[in-house]
Design a protein around this ligand. Structure first.
Ligand code: 5AD
Ligand code: SF4
Length: 449
């Protein structure tokens, strides 16, 4: 029974670090707690419960968690200890016992696979006064035990269709923290997508650690799912992230040719342009394999633009290997990309490798690589000046009287225009570029969709 009224309303504050998947998970954790009477609290002070949803992918993840917990401890003490403090996400999964040892005031530690059990954990933590830790990979499918997503997400929404990863890249903690690859059934995805559209979503980004590994049993893979989603009335745009080159199959490439709603912008991480390093990374593809996939994608959708992740300074990376990455970037051209210094993750194969690259050299390579990526981004944006692009408006713009949205290539675009265009696509002539956005003028005060 819902107890969302009057005095029973409890206040939940969620702090989210890391990827879009964590943002989505935070929403779902709020959803499962709503029937217990928890409503959102914008500020952490005085909340009845705080969830810190953590990320473990790089850098000093655990240290950052402990320093944040130190701050939250003060807020908990200010409530006379009544506040329930929960640590979720990938650091919780990897360092659960250590968190309870070093921060005994934490009430609940839960991994990404167990958040459907949160109501029961909250009950146990409130009753016993003992800390609750749930970091096993439960036998039941989390997705089967979650309620429909309730949180309206606005014009652009995210939908997790797949979790976990079986690829075991040498550097990556995800297969350990998120567990084995698991796909949600197509019917549940379509139901949630329809619900999001009924709540005002016009664009849906399908999420997964390895989203193009999604498989729906008899019904086919992601290409097929995208076709079914594109049929939903009112849904204008589809995207998916993040993908592995090995799972870019014919069906999915054909989807880029056949589905106008599938946006011509794809995040397809290659990590490195050196075959030696790709092998050391256990990526199980070569730089040429990647080039061929990009060629096939361009045959299917000539205007498709690519984004990628790059790691510099993976163990064993020589200056020549780094040069191979630079060459691949020059050849393909990435209007947008993320790049990172290799950061050893405890328990992963690369962390134990003998040939680590010195920190200063990693810094140097990152700077060189990022300068090239910045240049490519600026060139791409500059090439858009004078073009007319469809923009899906999702909210107010930077200045009063402006509205803002995204181009098909995910560029932020601001124009002077009426708020009644929010939630619609209109043609915009791009007139200028700014560091992180484009400015344009409406071609006509008219919705095209
Ligand atoms: N060090 C640096 N970057 C990493 N990534 C994943 N693990 C590491 C690591 N140990 C990057 C990869 C991946 C992105 C999500 O994070 O580039 O694609
Ligand atoms: Fe990590 Fe992605 Fe490799 Fe999976 S495919 S191990 S999530 S980098």
């Amino acid at each position: 029974m819902s107890v969302m009224n009057g005095n029973n309303l409890k206040r939940l504050h969620v702090i989210t670090w890391g990827c879009q998947m964590n943002v989505y998970d935070s929403g779902r954790m709020a959803d499962v707690l709503a029937p217990l009477g928890y409503g959102p609290a914008a500020e952490p002070d005085g909340a009845d419960m705080i969830i810190l949803n953590t990320c473990h992918i790089r850098d000093k993840a655990a240290e950052k968690v402990f320093s944040e917990l130190g701050r939250l401890r003060g807020l908990k003490e200010a409530t006379g200890g009544r506040m329930i403090l929960a640590v979720a996400g990938c650091v919780a999964q990897a360092e659960g016992a250590e968190i309870l040892r070093r921060a005994p005031y934490v009430d609940i530690v839960l991994g990404p696979q167990t958040y459907h059990r949160l109501p029961e954990m909250v009950a146990r933590a409130s009753r016993a006064g003992n800390a609750v830790i749930e970091t096993d990979f439960p036998p039941e499918d989390k997705f089967d035990h979650l309620p429909e997503s309730l949180t309206p997400q606005g014009v652009t929404a995210f939908l997790t269709i797949q979790e976990g990863c079986d690829k075991f890249c040498s550097f990556c903690v995800v297969p350990y923290t998120r567990g084995a690859e698991q796909s949600r059934p197509a019917e549940a995805i379509l139901r949630e997508a329809r619900h999001l559209v009924s709540q005002g979503a016009r664009e849906i980004t399908l999420l997964g650690q390895n989203v193009n590994a999604w498989h729906g049993g008899e019904t086919g893979g992601l290409g097929r799912l995208l076709r079914d989603l594109a049929e939903i009335p009112g849904l204008l745009r589809l995207r998916y992230a993040t993908s592995h080159p090995r799972d870019m199959n014919d069906e999915l490439i054909a989807a880029h040719r056949d589905i106008p709603a599938l946006m011509p912008f794809l995040h397809l991480p290659v990590q490195s342009g050196s075959d030696r390093i790709l092998a050391a990374m256990n990526r199980r593809h070569t730089a040429d394999d990647y080039r061929r996939i990009v060629d096939r994608l361009h045959d299917a959708r000539p205007d498709l633009a690519l984004s990628s992740d790059f790691i510099v300074g993976h163990p064993g990376e020589t200056p020549a290997d780094f040069e191979a990455t630079m060459s691949l970037i020059r050849e393909i051209g990435f209007p947008q990309a993320y790049s990172f210094k290799y950061s050893p993750r405890p328990g992963t194969p690369a962390a134990g490798a003998g040939d680590q690259v010195p920190e200063a050299e990693k810094d140097r390579r990152l700077q060189v690589l990022q300068a090239l990526l910045r240049e490519q981004q600026t060139d791409f944006n500059a090439a858009c000046v004078g073009l007319e692009l469809p923009v899906l408006f999702s909210g107010p713009g930077r200045h009063p009287g402006q509205i803002g949205g995204r181009s098909p290539f995910l560029q932020a675009v601001h124009v002077t225009g009426s708020p009644h265009l929010i939630g619609h696509e209109s043609m915009v002539r791009i007139v200028d570029i700014r560091p992180n956005s484009l400015s344009g003028t409406l071609v006509q005060e008219r919705r095209i969709a």
